[in-house]
Design a protein around this ligand. Structure first.
Ligand SMILES: [Mn+2]
Length: 380
């Protein structure tokens, strides 16, 4: 019996998102709607005598056939790697073949997880030209690593909103988005559906990825699936104390003392298109927020410089305090300050905007900034 089916007691229903979707630019359906439409669509075939044979997942079967033997297949996440994006590339390559490719350097947390789990580091690929690619953990054209040919994109597996600038792909391919806490959780479900057991280092990385993206299963993006798979993976990886493992990872992530202000701004930075405007959002999740608050004027200069360099219309940076569950927003100019004030409930203190309870870029920061930018466009 499949682990999730039993532990979540959803009897008779498959839990995967089912058939692949092609999502156009105009698609603005909420992700929860997508998943509710699709649950159960990958059902079963009857074999007579009242026996019901469960098929493996439609998406998983499709991907396995579609990707089998594909030459030169590389799995990659968004431009600036994080623990979930690069772990998802490791998992996808293990499940479906091809190899993982890193579009940039690993951050301190990812480095810690890799060492701790004794997993192999993927090759850094600066230019994906001519390669067939499977994309994990993103779907925005603003986050596409360099050289990727949209014609050669073979699949997308992700847990982010479609947003304002989905990658324009000429072919009909499998695009699977589930509103779960990490892309790694989705891929662990694929492995489970296909009856594939993960090697210990990969199970350990999978756990690190879920804990990283969900801030130790506490972020509002966390689902029952994330919790269930975290437990299963911890067992497989021989990690007895999940909280301790998560705490050590968060500490590794928080150790930013040796980094320049520019590196900190770009450590976990993504660009989006909201209401026709290019918007960069950087976050630094840390248990020791004061360390970064002390450097806020240095960070502001770096934000200002980065805004000019990247040519975005807005650039907003948040020190995300994962210990006290709040965010301190910084900006380079008054225009971006206005966006922050319009986006969140909170107050300006010491040239920062403090928003209590805000820790997730995906669920809280991104959507709030998107609405603020779009509102501003209407006012223009
Ligand atoms: Mn992710």
């Amino acid at each position: 019996m499949r682990f999730l089916t039993s532990s979540l007691s959803i009897s008779g229903e498959r839990l995967t998102a089912g058939s692949p979707y092609l999502l156009g630019k105009a698609a603005t359906l909420s992700l929860s709607l997508l998943i509710s439409v699709s649950v159960g669509s990958a059902e079963v075939s009857t074999t007579g005598q009242n026996q019901v044979k469960r098929s493996t997942g439609v998406t998983e079967d499709f991907l396995r056939k579609e990707l089998e033997g594909r030459k030169n297949l590389v799995w990659t996440g968004h431009t600036i790697p994080d623990t979930d994006s690069f772990t998802a590339s490791l998992l996808a390559a293990f499940i479906y073949g091809g190899k993982p490719g890193l579009p940039g350097a690993l951050n301190p947390e990812s480095r810690f997880a890799l060492d701790e789990c004794d997993a192999d580091e993927p090759e850094v690929i600066k230019d994906f030209s001519g390669m067939s690619t499977g994309l994990v953990d993103f779907n925005q054209s603003t986050q596409l690593p360099s050289g990727i040919d949209p014609d050669l994109i073979a699949a997308i597996i992700d847990h982010h909103a479609i947003g304002g600038s989905p990658i324009n792909i000429p072919n009909v391919i499998s695009i699977e988005i589930r509103p779960w806490g990490s892309t790694a959780t989705i891929l662990m479900d694929h492995a489970s559906t296909l009856g594939i057991e993960l090697p210990v280092p990969l199970a350990c990385m999978g756990l690190a990825a879920v804990l990283s993206d969900t801030v130790n299963l506490s972020a509002p993006t966390t689902t029952e699936y994330d919790k269930a798979y975290a437990l299963k993976l911890a067992k497989r990886a021989g990690i007895d104390d999940i909280n301790k493992f998560a705490e050590r990872m968060l500490l590794a992530k928080s150790d930013l003392g040796g980094l320049s202000a520019r590196d900190i701004v770009l450590l976990d930075y993504k660009e989006f298109e909201f209401g026709g405007k290019k918007v960069g959002i950087g976050v630094a999740e840390t248990l020791t927020a004061q360390q970064l608050i002390n450097r806020r004027y240095e960070l502001k200069s770096a934000i200002e410089a980065q805004k000019k360099e990247s040519g975005v219309d807005h650039l907003i940076f948040a020190i995300v305090d994962t210990r006290d569950h709040k965010s301190y927003f910084l900006w380079g100019d008054d225009e971006d300050k206005d966006i922050v004030i319009s986006a969140f409930t909170g107050k300006v203190t010491d040239d920062m905007f403090v928003a209590e309870g805000v820790i997730s870029r995906k669920r809280q920061i991104g959507p709030a900034i998107q609405r603020a930018v779009e509102r501003q466009k209407v006012d223009d």
